[in-house]
Design a protein around this ligand. Sequence first.
Ligand code: HAM
Length: 419
Amino acid sequence: MAHPITAARGTRDLLPEDAPAWNHVEAVARDLSSRYGFERIEIPLFERVELFARGLGESSDAVEKEMFRVSGAKGSDEEAAPWALRPEPTAGIVRAFIEHGMHVRPGPLRLALIGPMFRYDRPQAGRYRQFSQWDVEVIGDTGPAVDAELIEMAHRFYAEVGLTDVVARLNSIGDAECRPRYRDALIAYFGTHEARLSEDSRRRLRVNPLRVLDDKELPADLANDAPRGTDHLCDACREHFDRVQSLLDGLGVRYELDHRLVRGLDYYTRTAFEFYVAGREGQQQALGGGGRYDGLVELLGGLPTPGIGFGLGLDRTVLAMQEQDVMLPARAPLVAVLGVGDDHARRLQVATTLRSAGIAVRPDGSARKLGKQLESAAKAGARWAVIVSDVESVALKDLVSGDQRDVVPIDEVPRAVSE
Ligand code: HAM
């Protein structure tokens, strides 16, 4: 026997038993996208490495350590092509915005997608090499109202999928005017404590000192006493951040300020936020995150245009729902259509009639005894069995109570199974 081939490390199959939770999460995301006025966008699963290097930053983990490289066909000109599977969609969406001249459209643009992302990370619970995000981006809006709107929108998503105790953590990391002062303050502070920093942080200190703050090996006292971004904001950033908070207060959205929240990608300016299940604020446990990226469009070759968005991790959302035993909405009752002998044409006709009436139907195509067919219908989760008899009517069996009505006119079945 040939040896079985297994899935690649850090990837997962979605099996039928997982589907109801995923269907629910994706349905809520799609519904909220349209209720908040977002339009669908799709971008390729792979793009030029340069897009990610420039957009997310050479020193971000996603680029420096986790880039999933793709090459062209063996022997082709593109065998060594510098492409990578997308680690996140924001850079690609901004690339599409510039490439299609979307700045001339009436803005601000509201764009959303749901799909897989790829990071070549060390796999563990909640951290995969292929994972899904619901991503929304607003391009061309300086805020601060939209900042609060997106945080409220993500909050609503977690509530509508059925999670409780999700908190938003919030920070402002300033802009091109005030960030340099903050960087200098961090370099000076951590420079005097360099011996206590991890190897990663020592290497990053001068390139990207903000990232030292979210190093999980950073000693707690060093982290607590570190200079705070919010103490270094220029007047415009200060005012923006105060306004975001008062708007969130007005909406009744729960949030906590977190001066260590700096996000892992370099494009962020001003508002930065992440979502956690309360008490689970450890590294790698963020359910989702996002923020403002007012310099990204220009950095990627477009006209100066502000932007903000979030990416919510759907795998971690589903895991949290399983941990909290979230009740999923009941699905439409399934009807099994059974019959005796070789009456398959009749079974298919009845199945087709019921489907035309909007009923979910699973016909049994076997010649097994009725008892066996009933057994497997119940195992497949059918709520009702329609047993085909003569041309005008069927027998209808309630597979939960066991009650059976022997003669039900076919056009009465849709109403009977919807009761
Ligand atoms: P991010 O924080 O890198 O942001 O990712 C967002 C979410 O994706 C995380 O909070 C987490 O739930 C999920 N996630 C990330 N990596 C993994 C992984 N290896 N396995 C499972 N889940 C993961 C972004 O990607 C930004 N593009 C968000 C954004 C949009 N900012 C502005 N617009």
